[in-house]
Design a protein around this ligand. Structure first.
Ligand code: PLP
Length: 293
């Protein structure tokens, strides 16, 4: 049995479980110096990992794209993260875990023969705020100033951080990003819009992160028999959308009811959002019951 110690936040660092206060990484870690690393963020409901295989697949792909060796087998990752959740006390959590290239004297070129640094923590997962689900949230559009490989879940998030902050200062919950007149995604979310009664989300590619919530939502939408399409969304069609939603591990599916100060649809969370939100909640209940992964 895993021992729980009151008021100690357990984290995983390089093969060991330690308290957050004890966890230390050398200043020459390339994650610290260059943002040279990859991360994942995965919800846990009732102690069960949400879509673990999809998160692991995305982690492996991101690592391969930046030529960092994957330090663990799938089974080892599962064992570490499951034990971390148990040590943290189970329940609803958000696991943040990252792999950096490792520690070496500062030089842009890859060092030879170093071990990646692995860190994971399982923070409490706050439920979406009831008023956000009842009334929807505000978003603003901003120019997507990030790099050309947003499909890689890199820890270097300066562009995303600046964009999110700009959105918050404008009184919004999230920024919806536009590149060459088309929606890419949010600063930390994927975007869906209902256009002429069809649910549309941008196709995967280098301009956006392939969201695990996004992919599950497409499955749930297909199961419901609703019309959907993976296609480009122009700025003009976004502004005329019947509904807009943002999806992420932390936000689930949030309805956007005000965009750049203009009301979307009738200013309330839409009928399709209500259906899809309901089936997402149902999926979570099935996960808690151990019926799905
Ligand atoms: C830029 C970006 N896009 C999309 C997402 C949504 O991905 P997921 O649903 O896997 O959380 C995130 C999540 O943090 C993100 O940072």
């Amino acid at each position: 049995m895993v021992q729980l110690v009151a008021n100690v936040v357990p984290v995983y660092l390089n093969g060991e479980f330690v308290s957050l206060e004890e966890a230390r990484v050398p200043v020459l870690d390339r994650g610290f110096l260059f943002g040279d690393g990859i991360y994942e963020l995965m919800p846990v409901y009732g102690g069960r990992l949400f879509r673990f295989d999809a998160h692991l697949k995305r982690l492996a792909r991101s690592l391969a794209e930046v030529l960092i060796p994957n330090p663990y087998s799938d089974a080892r990752w599962r064992q570490i993260l499951t034990e971390l959740v148990q040590r943290a006390g189970g329940g609803d959590r958000l696991i943040y875990w990252q792999v950096t290239r490792g520690v070496a004297p500062r030089d842009h070129a890859f060092p030879i023969g170093i071990e990646p640094t692995v860190f994971a923590m399982a923070n409490p997962l706050p439920a979406p705020l009831p008023e956000q689900l009842e009334r929807g949230v505000r978003a603003v559009t901003l120019k997507d100033i990030r790099w050309a490989r947003c499909d890689i879940k890199a820890i270097s998030l300066l562009g995303n951080v600046l964009l999110r902050q700009q959105a918050i200062e404008a009184g919004a919950v999230e920024a919806i990003l536009l590149r060459d007149g088309y929606v890419t995604e949010g600063a930390a979310s994927n975007v869906f819009a209902v256009l002429d009664d069809v649910i549309v989300t941008p196709s995967k590619g280098p301009a956006l992160l392939p969201g695990v919530t996004r992919d599950l939502l497409l499955e749930l939408i297909a199961d419901q028999g609703l019309s959907y399409q993976e296609a480009a969304i122009s700025e003009r069609t976004l502004r005329e959308a019947q509904e807009i939603w943002m999806t992420s591990s932390a936000k689930e599916i949030l309805p956007v009811t005000v965009l750049d100060g203009e009301i979307i649809g009738d200013g309330k969370p839409g009928a399709r959002w209500t259906r899809v939100h309901h089936s997402f909640q149902d999926y979570k209940a099935r996960l808690r019951a151990g019926e799905v992964g």
